[in-house]
Design a protein around this ligand. Structure first.
Ligand code: 4AD
Ligand code: MG
Length: 477
């Protein structure tokens, strides 16, 4: 036989009576007789029936958990329940045996923390292979959504001299000797001798460069890795994460919200439509996990039900000021149950966002028009001179998934804001040029890719939806 067949193809075509060859990893070996084989091509395993009397003990012994095997045999209608077809093994080759009794994973439930330490093996588990197939599907859907809607994909730089968010949370990129960097006469580090002739960092966002694209190509988006040296050790933060940032000429805040809502719903519909097997595996995982939990700790809905619910209903839209008023008249506020105070001008904390989304509206909420002092310099000033045309989309269980705004297109207002917020003009003169020459109103947003993958897979820690998470104190693999 010339070539092996993907398990997904075998299961889809069900060509019983044919001789086939498959290759993959052993997900389970029951009663020395039934192998569940998976090669990553899909969510479902192929059942292989092994008559152990026909094989050497050495072969049978090596059919262990997650060992790699190649099997030739005949595909037949299954005698048992749970699968339509099964493979009767005629020849088994151990392609990659496991060192005896040393494989760290076990064919049973293991904690996410343990599996994180075994990130070189966790992709072989049912849960993680489904997570990473969905991650792929969602990345693909990002491109198809924008392509279908007339956007151009642009690659913004990874290494940059500017701090787009002005939050100072950047990783420096340098080839200077960190022990003895070149010094200027007044003993500062002499970045003119650094690789790029100036200080540079890993980007925190491609937005500012995407604005260049929007002012020429109309509708553009970036989708790339971004880096933040924020010391947030939470289940929602990574130091290296992927962000999708569309930027649209002639668009205002309302257009921006409509685009973001349509985009997120497209992503969810895409996997509901094409990746139901993986969603079912993850849905079942959650049910299993919650089986012994108290009712109030369980999620209000199953995973697939939640996804359907989100795409079927409009997102709620409220201003920041309305959100503050709702929070201040809420039960937990009045009973002093919130840890953080709720006050106009102060950023919403996770507990406040969760109350709005999970208790008050029971669906995604778009909060707009935040106080200028808690948002970035580029957001468009509203007529009240106190708030900016910002929007955050808050999701159940996660909080902020999207952050965006209409951009300040008025040169004088933008310059005043930059001065007020201590953003250096020289570094961003080209950004100001976009307001000096052929500028126009425009808007955009950033969707945190891992945050939406987290929501759609129903996983609870962002470290479990990126293959090799980077977090404070951890850059393993
Ligand atoms: O709200 P942020 O900081 O917005 C921007 O960076 C803008 N430049 C976007 C734009 O308008 N083009 O980040 C956008 C999104 C957040 O809503 C969140 O989903 C995600 O990026 N995000 C993170 N995801 C994982 N780990 C982190 N440390 C994140 N920080 C932000
Ligand atoms: Mg934000």
């Amino acid at each position: 036989m010339a070539k092996h067949t993907d398990v997904a193809t075998v299961l889809a075509e069900q060509k019983t009576g044919e001789q086939i060859e498959v290759k993959g990893w052993v997900r389970a070996f029951r009663a020395n007789r039934f192998i569940s084989l998976n090669d990553g091509s899909g969510a479902n395993n192929l059942q292989v029936v092994v008559d152990y009397e026909n094989f050497d003990d050495a072969i049978i012994k090596n059919i262990s958990f997650h060992a790699c095997v190649g099997i030739k045999g005949t595909l037949v209608e299954s005698q048992g329940k749970g699968q339509a077809v099964e493979l009767l093994a005629e020849a088994i080759e151990i392609l990659g045996a496991n060192e005896l009794d040393k494989y760290p994973l076990q064919p049973k439930r293991q904690t996410m923390e343990f599996l994180r330490e075994q990130a070189h093996f966790r992709m072989r588990t049912n849960t993680f292979s489904s997570v990473f197939r969905l991650r792929h599907a969602l990345a693909f859907a990002v491109h198809s959504f924008f392509n279908e809607n007339g956007f151009y994909y642009m690659h913004t730089p990874i290494i940059t001299g500017s701090d787009a968010e002005g939050a100072g949370e950047m990783f420096q990129v340098t080839t200077l000797d960190v022990d003895k960097p070149a010094r200027t006469e007044d003993n500062n580090v002499d970045y003119s001798q650094d690789f790029f002739g100036k200080a540079t960092n890993l980007t925190v966002s491609g937005q500012l460069q995407a604005e260049i694209g929007a002012m020429a190509m109309g509708k553009v988006y970036t989708f790339g890795p971004t880096f933040r040296a924020e010391n947030s050790n939470t289940s929602r933060h990574l130091a290296e994460f992927w962000m999708i940032e569309p930027e649209v000429a002639f668009a205002d805040l309302n257009d921006n919200m409509d685009l973001a809502e349509a985009f997120v719903k497209y992503l969810i519909n895409y996997v509901l439509d094409k990746y139901m097997d993986d969603l079912q595996i993850l849905d079942a995982r959650i049910q299993e996990e919650e089986k012994n939990m108290k009712a109030e700790l369980r999620r209000p809905m199953g995973l697939i039900e939640t996804l359907r619910f989100v795409v079927e209903d409009d997102f709620a839209r409220i201003t920041y000021t309305e959100a503050i008023n709702l929070l201040r008249s809420s039960k937990p506020y009045k009973k002093g149950k919130f840890e953080y105070d709720v006050e106009w001008g102060v950023d919403l904390q996770a507990e406040h966002e969760r109350w709005l989304v999970e208790k008050k509206f029971k669906k995604p909420v778009i909060v707009t028009d935040y106080p200028k002092d808690i948002k970035a310099f580029y957001m468009r000033m509203n007529d009240d001179n106190k708030t900016v045309a910002a929007m955050d989309i808050l999701f159940p269980g996660i909080g902020e998934v999207v952050g965006g705004s209409q951009r300040e297109e008025r040169l004088d207002v933008l310059k005043a804001r930059m001065t007020e917020m201590d953003v250096h003009h020289e570094e961003l003169d080209w950004y100001l040029d976009l307001r000096r020459f052929g500028g126009n109103k425009h808007a955009g947003f950033g969707l945190g890719f891992e945050r939406i993958v987290l929501f759609i897979t129903g996983m609870t820690n962002i470290r479990d939806v990126i293959a090799f998470p980077r977090t404070p104190g951890n850059a393993e693999f």
